[in-house]
Design a protein around this ligand. Structure first.
Ligand code: ARG
Length: 473
């Protein structure tokens, strides 16, 4: 037990209380951000004449040294300290004596932890953005390779109309693209520096908050010190965005599981991404997709948990807020793992073109097109719908498809049909005629692919972490 605040106490903290209160076992995760924040704080104190040039130099050098030692494993983060902030300060005092004791001038752990978490999460937003970029590239490659791979499109998990694999994948492209845009959006809204908010009411020292925020790569200081120490909105937004990523991955997983089933056989998951059964030798299970689907619950749980934790907290800082960390860290690790694994599984998955096409042919997915044919020959749509309904019934009875019917059989149901009906309901025509933007027709699809390619070639993150090189130089 080692703490920074013994002065006004006459008794030792109970060991259980200490353990309950301590956060070092998890907040050590942002040791780097904590020390980067301290370096910027000290530099600012030096610039403002609150610390002498010599003290500033000594402190900056010592924090950099501690960071290096922790990073290389020479210095172990000891759990005898309450939190990462106390640990760094204690080592600094051990090494620099009285100068070390000046580190915390004009700062509280409240604005310090608000800063550390923000910097950690800011980095993780970029990491999730990068993983989303990777899955988008993988999806786009599949789209480019399958503009003419026909498959059934479903509603109610019933075959509806034929689409292409490129088109089906394109739906996921849009989802992950929105996920990525959400990351950018959250980043921009949260990139303000809370350091200098003090415990809640700022400080009486002449701090230059613009300078610290600039050193740490923020767009500016937060504008209210009470909000600065107690705002956790960005974490809730991030957890919400991560939950949406998981919802998308989970839907995709569900489809992979269905497609990989013995009944569908649309895809074959690579051996490297599937697992066997300990009892049934024939089994090759889609465990990765199932786990991704399953882990969605725990990310949603983190969002609900933090929303609930925050809802009753009066201004400003309260210890409840310490609960944000484990939830957010776990959600980040979960989503990053799921994105990486799912992308790997997707990139190595084989698509069974024949099975997909055969399935599209056998589900009356061209029934709408048969009705449209009649409409184009003057039959009102509602009547056409009824006529094709009769045709479907006839085919079900005979165990054939519309394409298998003879013209004579068709004419018995409606004399409007002519020889060109077969061309009109062929799979190729059904898909290729759908040329409005966003539809599966090859020409429309190629236009969309070109737009998405252009989108992927732009990198909004360029230069965002230059501040780190600058600060640690
Ligand atoms: N471990 C604390 C947290 O995560 C740090 C802030 C402590 N501040 C305080 N007044 N006890 O929230």
């Amino acid at each position: 037990m080692a703490q920074l605040w013994g002065g006004r106490f006459t008794k030792e903290t109970d060991q259980l209380v200490y353990n309950f209160n301590a956060s070092i076992s998890f907040d050590k995760k942002f040791y780097r951000q904590d020390m980067e924040g301290s370096i910027a704080h000290v530099k600012m104190l030096g610039k403002q004449g609150i610390l002498t040039a010599q003290e500033t130099e000594q402190l900056v050098a010592a924090v950099k040294e501690i960071l290096k030692e922790v990073e290389s494993g020479v210095l172990e983060i000891s759990h005898q300290y309450e939190d990462i902030h106390s640990f760094v300060e204690a080592v600094l005092i051990e090494r620099l004596g009285d100068t070390g004791k000046k580190l915390h001038t004009g700062r509280s752990r409240n604005d310090q932890v608000a800063l550390d978490m923000r910097m950690y999460v800011r980095k993780e937003i970029l990491a999730t953005d990068e993983l989303l970029n990777e899955i988008l590239n993988t999806v786009l490659t599949i789209m480019e390779n399958h503009v003419d791979t026909f498959m059934p499109g479903f509603t109610h998990l019933q075959k509806a109309q034929p689409v292409t694999l490129a088109h089906h994948m394109g739906a996921y492209f849009e989802m992950f693209k929105r996920d990525r845009l959400r990351m950018q959006d959250i980043y921009q809204r949260m990139n303000y520096c809370p350091l200098g908010s003090g415990a809640l009411a700022g400080t009486t020292y002449d701090l230059d908050r613009y300078y610290t925020s600039q050193l740490l790569g923020f767009d500016g200081p937060t504008l209210n010190s009470m909000d600065g120490v107690s705002d956790r909105d960005y974490l809730i937004e991030y957890l919400s965005a991560l939950s949406t990523v998981m919802m998308h991955l989970s839907r995709f997983s569900e489809e992979v599981i269905i497609w990989n089933s013995n009944e569908y056989q649309f895809v074959e998951i690579d051996d490297a991404y599937s697992t066997g059964s300990s009892i049934m030798p024939q089994k090759k299970n889609p465990d990765i997709a199932e786990l991704v689907r399953g882990k969605t619950g725990r990310v949603y749980g983190a969002l609900m948990s933090l929303l609930t934790t925050m809802k009753g907290i009066p201004l400003a800082y309260n210890k409840d807020m310490q609960e944000d960390k484990e939830l957010v860290f776990d959600a980040i690790d979960t989503v990053k793992g799921c994105l990486a694994l799912f992308t790997g599984m997707l990139a190595t998955m084989q698509f069974n073109k024949e099975k997909m096409e055969e399935s599209a042919k056998n589900g009356f997915t061209n029934a709408t097109d048969a009705a449209d044919y009649l409409v184009n020959h003057g039959v009102p749509f509602r009547d056409a719908h009824g006529i094709v309904g009769q045709i479907v019934l006839y085919c079900i009875d005979k165990k054939i498809t519309i394409d298998d019917m003879t013209l004579d059989e068709l004419k018995v149901i409606s004399p409007v049909f002519e020889e060109d009906i077969f061309e009109a309901v062929s799979m190729k025509t059904c898909v290729e005629k759908r040329l409005t933007i966003g539809a599966p027709g090859q020409e429309a699809m190629k236009k969309v692919i070109a737009v998405e390619k252009e989108y992927l070639s732009q990198d909004w993150k360029k230069g965002l972490s230059d501040w780190e090189m600058e600060l640690l130089r």
